[in-house]
Design a protein around this ligand. Sequence first.
Ligand code: ADP
Length: 268
Amino acid sequence: VLVVKVGGGEGNRIEPVLDDLADLWHAGRRWVLVHGGSARTNEVATALGHPPQFITSPSGFTSRRTDRQTALIFTMVYAGEMNKTIVEGLHARGVNAVGLSGADGRVLEGERKKAIRAVVNGRRLIIRDDYTGTITRVNSSLLHLLLNAGYAPVLCPPAISQEHELINVDGDRAAAALAAALSAKTLVLLTGAPGLLRFPDDPASRIATLPLAALDDAMNTYAQGRMRIKLLAAREALEGGVQRVIIAASNAAHPVRQALAGDGTVIS
Ligand code: ADP
C-alpha cells in the first residue's frame, strides 16, 4: 500500500491528486490518502470570529495555537468540509472512498501536550490549555478492514488522546506514522513547493535526492518553516521502515505519477 499526503496550505491543488489516485486505484494499486486543511481553517476561524494564532517553540517549530474552540473549528474544517469534498471528488472518479478523522476507530492515537513552551514576542511562556499532540500509536486494523473490502480510506487530523480528547496533530507526521504502521514502501508528501529547495525562493534549486544522513543538515540550514516539519516526518517514516519519502508538488499535471517517477525530492 502507498501512503499519499496532500497539503492544505496555500498553493496546493487537490483535483490533479485525485485524478492520479483514481487512475492508480482502478489499476489495482491500493493507497491511503491523508490531507491537510490549514488555509481553509484559517479562513473559517476568522469568519467565525476566532482568528488563528501561531506559536513558535524554543527550537523554532511553528504550530497552531489550539484552544478547545480552535480544536472544534479545526475538526469542522478538516473532518467536515475538506474530508467530505475529497470523498465527493473520489466518488465522482469511481472510487468508493471512506473519510475518517484520526479519532474514528482511534486510528490515530496521540498524547496531548499538557504544557507547551512557546516564545511570544521574545518572551518564553508556558501554555497549559492547548489541544495539540503527537501521535503515539496507529491502530491500522480499521484501515485493513476497509482496504480489504474495497474502500479507499481518506484520513485527516484530529487524532484522539489517551484521555479521549480531539487533538491537533501534524498531518505530515500523521502520514509518516501511517506509512510506517502499514509497512508502506513509499510515502509521498505533496505540497505547494516542488520539493525541498536549496534556496526556498528559487524553484530551480530543487534537491533531487537526499540521504537520511543529510536530513539534519538540511533541517538546520535551508529548510524553513513548515518544510522543516516535512523533513522531520520524512525521518520518522524512514526510521519506521518506509523505504523512501518523496516530497513533491501537488499542483503538477500528474502530481502522484510524477512524484513516483522521482520528480521531487526523494529521501532515502
Ligand atoms: P502543506 O503543503 O503541507 O500545507 P506548507 O505549504 O505549509 O505545507 O509547507 C511547505 C512550505 O514550506 C512551502 O510552500 C514553502 O513556502 C516552505 N519552505 C520553506 N523552506 C523551504 C525549502 N527549503 N524548500 C521548499 N519549501 C520551503
